[in-house]
Design a protein around this ligand. Structure first.
Ligand code: F6P
Length: 325
């Protein structure tokens, strides 16, 4: 393999809190090893358009605590075409980039795998998504922050739900994965939690709610993942409205506030560990792997299984939702 002298780093797909901390860690770890670093702005779209910026120690100063991503992010449909990828590969060669570090989720790693298949470009993936849905790491960067942001909002909803003795349906993010719903559900003491990973029948939801309300619960919170088959909070509330008219039901969709904000200490540490691990992996000759933390140890997983294999929710935690409601 060609000696690596210059690496490119980019963030792609949905941003997640801690991506900046990862960019900082990658940059500083690379410089520590005398490699130069180019930031690619707007993910794969910036690769196609040649939106490249040199990164130094100081260009990543004072970002470890900031949400969003200084490199910006995008979802590029052009990169999904052979023509788009050819332009991207040409730009990488023009800028003398020998290897890439991609920070993102399943879509990002899928793109990286295709780029590698076609152009033999060494790539290391860093898992950055609030969804926590990548195999090969216990947690993804941004998940802990999103969980705490959602929980903070839900605790506030509980106060008003309690004051008015209302039924609330709260929707959290997770198009295909229910990790945020499951763990916020446990942490806020939700009466019901609905996930894409489990079959939700509206009739069963109605029966469960009837039992809960008969027990004269002063407030009732249903947490639903956006990707649940009921279609999320608004759809579900339409289906429940008639049967639960007397409970003055309210709906709250938490949406993109879950993606922003300062990363928690855990996310900053995770991002720092993974950023350094990604550079170390390249240096040690690994290619096309995702770095992760499993049981508190750095682990490398083939990039393909990071996005190709659906990560399972923990069924032991799911059981808690039934016992503790
Ligand atoms: O992948 C993270 C995520 O936040 C999903 O949970 C959500 O469905 C999606 O991104 C929303 O994406 P966008 O910001 O493009 O609407």
């Amino acid at each position: 393999m060609k000696t690596i002298k210059k690496i490119g780093v980019f963030t792609s797909g949905g941003d997640s809190p801690g991506m900046n901390a990862a960019v900082r860690a990658v940059t500083r770890a690379a410089l520590f090893r005398d490699l130069s670093v180019t930031g690619i702005r707007y993910g794969y779209q910036g690769m196609i358009e040649g939106d490249f910026v040199e990164l130094s120690r100081t260009s990543v100063s004072n970002i470890i605590q900031r949400g969003g991503t200084i490199l910006k992010s995008a979802r590029s449909s052009e990169f999904m075409t052979p023509d788009g990828r050819e332009k991207a590969a040409r730009n990488l060669a023009k800028h003398g980039i020998d290897a890439l570090i991609a920070i993102g989720g399943d879509g990002t790693f899928k793109g990286a795998t295709i780029l590698n298949d076609e152009y033999k470009f060494p790539i290391i993936g860093i898992p950055g998504t609030i969804d926590n849905d990548l195999s090969g790491t216990d947690e993804t960067i941004g998940y802990d922050t999103a969980l705490n942001t959602a929980l903070d909002a839900i605790d506030k909803i509980r106060d008003t739900a309690d004051a008015h003795e209302r039924l609330f349906i709260v929707e959290v993010m997770g198009r295909d994965a229910g990790f945020i719903a499951l763990e916020t559900g446990i942490a806020c003491g939700a009466e019901l939690t609905l996930l894409p990973e489990t079959l939700t029948r509206v009739q069963e939801v109605k029966e469960n709610l009837t039992k809960i309300l008969e027990n004269k619960k002063r407030s009732t919170l249903v947490i639903v993942a956006e990707g649940d088959e009921t279609g999320g909070a608004i759809n579900l509330s339409q289906q429940l409205k008639q049967d639960f008219e007397e409970y003055d039901m309210r709906v709250c969709v938490l949406g993109h506030i879950q993606r922003g904000g300062n990363p928690t200490a855990r996310d900053r540490v995770l991002a720092s560990r993974l950023g350094v691990a990604a550079v170390n992996a390249l240096f040690d000759g690994h290619v096309n792997v995702m770095v992760g933390v499993v049981n508190n140890n750095i682990k490398l997983t083939p990039l393909k299984s990071g996005w190709g294999k659906k990560k399972s929710i923990q069924y032991e935690i799911l059981e808690l939702t039934k016992v503790l409601k």
